[in-house]
Design a protein around this ligand. Structure first.
Ligand code: XUL
Length: 541
């Protein structure tokens, strides 16, 4: 007999969007209520927007240290992304909440009158046509820029030293940090700067387009500016005054990262048929967003073993130092996160692999396994590129079990030394910033080297915590935006709660207690050798 009452058709799921205005691409991920991937799109600046003549999404200055990107290019990338989605028949009407992230530290300068234009965007025209002339500084300084050493020293002087800047803002003055970049723009392009109505971070620029109004800077990305007091979560007036006049007004009031800013502008409702109720949440920086995308919890540590190695740590109590960065935590604004970026990551391991293991990871792993944890007391520091943690060191430095400097180890020892040296240094720097491994700590690993089981075993043993790998998180930052959009929409009080159905991690390496003890005993030696190395370098400067 035919079924007279067919089951009611399941309502199509809500969709949540996460954007990432990254260095080389504008990316978008849409997920559904089950956190499953619905759509993924990317606009590549160099190839899709050739008219801006960027290389890797940037313009490099002739001085070798200046880097900018045209703000209008990012606007055009949004136009193109929405056009592509429309072509694919993307169901804009199902999107209930939008968030995202951007490359950290970059700044966008809106010209007087731009807010009015944003508030009254004409849906028959592109964003680009309406906003092209609305930036007082057409080329936005970005994170790769290192041209503000003078401004950094001025800020540190105004605030009574680098330690004070670090203590208040979470980091000592760094060239790429936005306050120093703003100071340089104010000094070198003063008449254009004076026409500025508002300064956005790359991250707050994104939701400004979607809201049709200036979006607040979020606490977490705001912590990458050397301007925000990470304890009071308000701008530090001395830092603001040291960088440029009138900054408090130009930056607006900062907001928690998981917060709803308003509903999507009429422009998107009329042009693409978004629902008028679609929420626009704050965007954050790409690194904090990756922490959200990897679903870090209290005590966890995320390690990205890529070209350069990056560590994100969940911190309860911040202890900012002259090394590394402490940011307000994006998913719990009463907690903190630390960010440690190492220049010498995979490239350095590959250099050793090529030198001693015939360019083969398989051979590298075999040679690693042929030596004992602790490497007979040998310790090596390998900086093929000038390192940022610790700052300014370059070269390879090797020490035997009696801390005597030696020229070479055996090939097998070299391999173990690079792995152990890099990973023990990471633990040491993390501890300095207030990080403690606890009994629930998980080490979540992504990046190319996450496939090298031998390296992951050393990681587990050095930290004394289990290592998990994450499949399918190539776009952790973008995914973090979509997760934040979902969390703010469904349950802003609990990020983890809103994401219970997310995919599970795979347990890849368990620490061995006796081996962990070997590294624990070795750590003070490595710390002393590293600090001697630094004082030696500083003395010889
Ligand atoms: C972090 C940093 C970069 C950018 C670009 O401090 O400068 O990771 O966020 O991704």
């Amino acid at each position: 007999m035919a079924n007279e009452n067919p089951p009611p058709k399941k309502a199509a799921s809500n969709l949540y969007l996460g954007f990432d205005i990254s260095t080389q691409q504008l990316k978008l991920i849409a997920i559904d209520d089950n956190l499953e991937l619905h759509t993924e799109v990317a606009i590549e600046y160099d190839n899709d927007l050739k008219e801006f003549n960027t290389s890797g999404g940037l313009h490099a200055g002739a001085d070798g240290v200046s880097y900018t990107a045209p703000a209008a290019m990012w606007v055009k990338a949004f136009d193109l992304m929405f056009a592509r989605l429309e072509e694919r028949g993307f169901p804009f009407g199902r999107v209930v909440s939008v968030s995202g992230c951007g490359q950290q530290h970059g700044s966008v300068y809106w010209k007087e009158g731009a807010q009015k234009v944003l508030q009254s965007l004409d849906s028959s025209k592109s964003l680009y046509d309406q906003l092209i002339d609305r930036f007082s500084i057409a080329n936005s300084p970005v994170w790769k820029d290192a041209s503000t050493t003078r401004q950094c020293r001025m800020l540190e002087e105004a605030m009574n030293g680098p330690e004070v800047v670090a203590k208040i803002t979470g980091s000592r003055a760094y060239e790429r940090f936005t306050g120093n970049q703003i100071a340089k723009i104010c000094q070198e392009h003063n008449s254009d700067f004076k026409q500025t109505e508002r300064i956005s971070l790359v991250s707050s620029f994104g939701p400004s387009l979607l809201l049709g109004d200036y979006a607040s800077i979020d606490y977490s990305d705001g912590s990458g500016m050397n301007l925000l007091d990470i304890h009071t979560k308000d701008w530090n007036q001395t830092a603001l005054d040291a960088c440029a006049p009138g900054l408090r007004k130009l930056l607006g009031v900062p907001t928690p990262s998981c917060s709803m800013l308003g509903t999507i502008s009429n422009y998107f409702v009329q042009r693409y048929h978004f629902s008028a109720d679609c929420k626009v949440c704050a965007f954050t920086g790409d690194n904090p967003s990756a922490l959200a995308g990897m679903r870090l919890q209290q005590g966890d540590i995320a390690v990205s073993l890529g070209t350069s190695d990056t560590l994100f740590l969940w911190l309860d109590e911040p202890k900012p130092q002259l090394v590394g960065h402490v940011l307000i935590n994006p998913v719990d604004s009463s907690a903190y996160m630390a960010l440690l970026c190492y220049k010498n990551g995979s490239m350095t391991r590959e250099w050793i692999r090529d030198k001693y293991a015939d360019k083969s990871w398989e051979k590298f792993e075999k040679m690693l396994a042929s030596t004992q944890p602790g490497n007979g007391g040998n310790i090596g520091f390998y900086f093929t590129d000038t390192e940022i943690i610790p700052v300014g060191v370059k070269g390879c430095f090797k020490f035997d079990k009696d801390d005597k400097k030696v020229e070479d180890f055996s090939p097998e020892e070299e391999i173990r030394a690079v792995v152990e040296g890099q990973l023990m240094a990471k633990l040491s720097h993390a501890q300095h910033l207030g990080y403690h491994v606890n009994s629930n700590t998980r080490i979540l690993v992504t990046g190319g080297a996450s496939e090298n089981i031998g390296i992951l075993q050393v990681l587990a043993d050095v930290f004394g915590a289990p290592v998990y790998t994450l499949g399918g998180t190539k776009n952790a930052a973008c995914l973090g935006g979509a997760y934040i959009a979902k969390c703010v929409y469904t349950d802003p009080s609990s990020f983890a709660g809103a994401l219970q159905t997310a995919p599970q991690y795979t347990l890849t390496a368990q620490p061995v207690a006796s081996v962990h003890q070997v590294y624990k005993d070795m750590l003070p030696r490595l710390q002393k050798l590293e600090s001697d190395l630094l004082s030696h370098i500083n003395d010889s400067e």
